[in-house]
Design a protein around this ligand. Structure first.
Ligand code: NAP
Length: 240
């Protein structure tokens, strides 16, 4: 089995496969300096596009591939679909469901980080930016606003003129997220629709404090068989 990873679900699936005695290689992009490593064998780094991934699948006689990458990791998703089609190896997409607004939420959906940035002036001046370290250039021109940027590794420029960086990784609790928003006098939360429990506490915290949330829609991925729970991915593998 090849599990394309970089998510909590990918780590859970790898642990299940190891527990069932199924040989698994988890693949990480190598973006994070000190990644949380899954159980079993791990390889790190890009494959070299669909060609490279197809070659890797053939070389390692891979029985099936689970693409458990993050919902915003677009290129590897497209690579997986293309490489699976070329090699004839079965592919399953494992993706946690997106978040949905509930009563009391003030969410402003946007298609891209650029649109999220454009939506900020007027909503508030102190911004909690949790969209990750990639794509922060979209916010670089907003000189009137102040940003608290939370990410796992230090972000690269260009960055906004006025900001602080908070290096951290989930899971987060509602109480500490409320305290963080209050202590930094945050007006607006910016997030991607990553989904899942690990980072959802900030949304509850924003609701409790009556803060608006600017949320970026997931990019489209090529259509392929998809499940949203680790146990369903495991069943797909065990039933092959
Ligand atoms: P991306 O745009 O889809 O990936 C860019 C390139 O990185 C891909 O073309 C591929 O290189 C390589 N790559 C990505 N995921 C890989 C994997 N699991 N194993 C081997 N190579 C991989 O993805 P991204 O947004 O940069 O994200 C990179 C990784 O971080 C993903 O694995 C994802 O699960 C994880 N992650 C992303 C986010 C996010 O918000 N984007 C958040 C949390 C975790 P080649 O074309 O050379 O094969």
């Amino acid at each position: 089995m090849l599990v394309l990873g970089g998510t909590g679900e990918a780590r859970e699936l790898a642990a299940e496969l190891v527990g069932h005695g199924i040989p698994v290689v988890s693949s990480l992009a190598g973006r994070v300096a000190r990644p949380r490593l899954p159980a079993g064998e791990v390889r790190v780094g890009g494959f070299g596009g669909p060609d490279g991934l197809a070659a890797w699948i053939r070389e390692h006689r891979t029985a099936a591939v689970v693409d458990a990458t993050h919902p915003f990791a677009e290129r590897i998703g497209a690579s997986a679909v293309e490489a699976a089609a070329r090699t004839g190896v079965p592919l399953l997409r494992l993706a946690r469901p997106g978040w949905t607004a509930g009563p009391g939420d003030d969410w402003h959906w946007q298609d891209t980080l650029d649109q999220a940035a454009a939506a900020l002036p007027g909503l508030g001046e102190r911004i909690f930016l949790t969209s990750g370290r990639q794509g922060l250039a979209a916010f670089a021109g907003l000189d009137e606003l102040w940003f608290l940027i939370r990410c796992v590794d230090p972000p690269d420029p260009p960055l906004p003129r006025r900001y602080e960086v908070l290096l951290d990784r989930g899971p987060y609790e509602v109480a500490s997220e409320v305290a963080l928003l209050r202590d930094n006098r945050i007006d607006v939360l910016v997030t991607k629709d990553s989904g899942g429990e690990m980072t959802a506490a900030k949304l509850t915290a924003a609701r409790q404090l009556g803060l608006p949330v600017v949320i970026v829609r997931r990019p489209r991925r090529p259509v392929t068989e998809t499940v949203d729970r680790v146990e369903d991915a495991l069943a797909w593998i065990l039933n092959r």
